[in-house]
Design a protein around this ligand. Structure first.
Ligand code: URA
Length: 433
């Protein structure tokens, strides 16, 4: 293979053929392409971009660079959801049981968190006893039995993306729409998804900082779906402030269970219902999005969504007692209120600042593989638009013995108060189909 000529052609803005892309990805997986050529390729794509056909070819070549999950043992259309990452984003914990209760088989593989955004696997693992590793046959069996299972992603999925991502991370080439879109979609396709509901977060606490970029990413991923015979829908949702009130693993699971009982925050319920509804639509369990919403709302109201969550936990050895305070989960030893210095309306709560504060407390990890403390985190007491009085508590820190002062300062600095009434930012900004 002549990697140099492929890099040169992309550098000069030419369109790469399917075979060139396949050759390149093969060279990435078998380490025939050295890091410096991979870095040059990533930079060429960063500047010259790729068209939809090239992005789709790259996606499929990466998806098939390692193991691909065979979900054919599960009847029905397998639908997955993916969030580009946010602060307090526990929608999977709510949307997954709702979609499963509405009849869609959800065979979910997920990852652990890194940096200021949390990971779904960490959240499930914060449930005492919950097992996120199981044999493939057990995984399929559980989905066939109760319509849902969640496992941690295995080592040999999408090795080409793993290598390319690591190079992009240190060569200032992460922020490339074709590379991000193919990276995300290759993992979803390798996990066996036939339908994919994407939640593209936009704002200070998100990967995409502005709406234009978020729309481009959403469009690129939906187009990959169309080119590769998978159905994809992308919601573009606000991440200027955290989702819900809870940030930190155990606190987020508690909030998700509250939501499944109809007593959670409005924003979390609204987004979870919308995501689950699109899962139901893509899974062909409803003929229209309106019918899908009705189905999801009905399993939420009847408690079938909660029962499905409890069934997933029971099947995976998680212990939850809905009658007990904190549902029987461990709590952090230190509670500390954060107060505001002035009276007024909350103009914004910087999600990035709150996410970093939670990470400092030990809820998230700075390095892959680092341990985390499930019980620590932040419970916001107010959201954007609320009126607060000087000295009023706006957040409750659940801490261990780490970085309490630092976290408190970060939280206080993340809340902006104004004398003017504040117009709330919409949560679901756009839907790309
Ligand atoms: N998340 C991914 O999985 N890949 C990217 O390239 C960026 C975010």
């Amino acid at each position: 293979m002549n990697a140099e000529s492929i890099i040169r052609r992309k550098r000069d803005g030419q369109e790469l053929s399917q075979s060139e892309i396949q050759e390149l990805v093969k060279g990435i997986s078998n380490n025939q392409i050295p890091d410096y050529q991979l870095a040059a390729f990533a930079m060429a794509v960063y500047f010259q971009s790729m068209n939809t056909r090239e992005i789709s070819d790259l996606t499929m070549a990466m998806a098939y660079s390692g193991k691909v999950m065979d979900l054919s043992g599960i009847a029905g259309i397998k639908v997955d959801k993916h969030s580009t990452g946010g602060v307090g984003d526990k929608t999977t914990l709510v949307a997954m049981p709702l979609a499963a209760a509405a009849g869609v088989p959800v065979a979910k593989m997920s990852g652990r968190g890194l940096g200021h955004t949390g990971g779904t696997i960490d959240k499930f693992e914060s449930i005492p006893g919950f097992q996120v590793e199981m044999e493939y046959s057990e995984f399929i069996e559980q989905v066939n039995l109760i319509n849902a299972a969640i496992v941690s992603q295995t080592g040999n999925l999408v090795p080409a993306d793993k290598r390319l991502y690591a190079i992009r991370d240190v060569t200032a080439t992460i922020e490339s729409i074709p590379l991000i879109a193919s990276s995300i979609m290759s993992k979803k396709i390798a996990c066996g998804a036939q339908g994919i509901v994407l939640d593209v977060k936009v704002g200070q606490g998100a990967f995409m900082k502005n709406l234009d970029e978020a729309q481009q990413l959403a469009r690129a991923m939906v187009n990959i779906g169309k080119e590769t015979g998978r159905q994809a829908v992308a919601l573009i949702t606000d991440m200027e402030q955290p989702l819900g009130y809870a940030i930190g693993n155990t606190l987020e699971v508690i909030e998700a269970i509250d939501t499944l009982q109809g007593k959670g925050p409005d924003d979390l319920e609204h987004l979870s219902v919308e995501i689950a509804a699109y899962m139901v639509l893509l899974g062909k369990k409803a003929a229209s999005i309106e019918e899908a919403r009705q189905k999801v709302k009905s399993v939420l109201q009847s408690g079938q969504g909660l029962q499905k969550f409890l069934a997933i936990a029971a099947a995976q050895q998680g212990k939850i007692d809905v009658q007990k305070p904190f549902y029987g989960f461990g709590s952090a030893p230190v509670l500390k209120e954060v107060t505001v210095d002035e009276s007024g309306y909350i103009a914004g709560i910087n999600a990035l600042g709150i996410g970093k504060a939670a990470m400092l407390l030990g809820a998230g990890r700075e390095k892959i593989g680092a341990p985390i403390d499930y019980s620590v985190g932040i419970k916001l007491l107010n959201k954007q638009g609320d009126y607060v009085k000087k000295g009023q508590a706006i957040a409750l820190i659940h801490a261990g013995y780490k970085n309490l002062k630092l976290a408190e300062e970060l939280i206080r600095n993340s809340v902006q108060v104004t004398t003017e009434k504040v117009k709330k930012t919409p949560l679901i900004i756009d839907t790309v189909v």
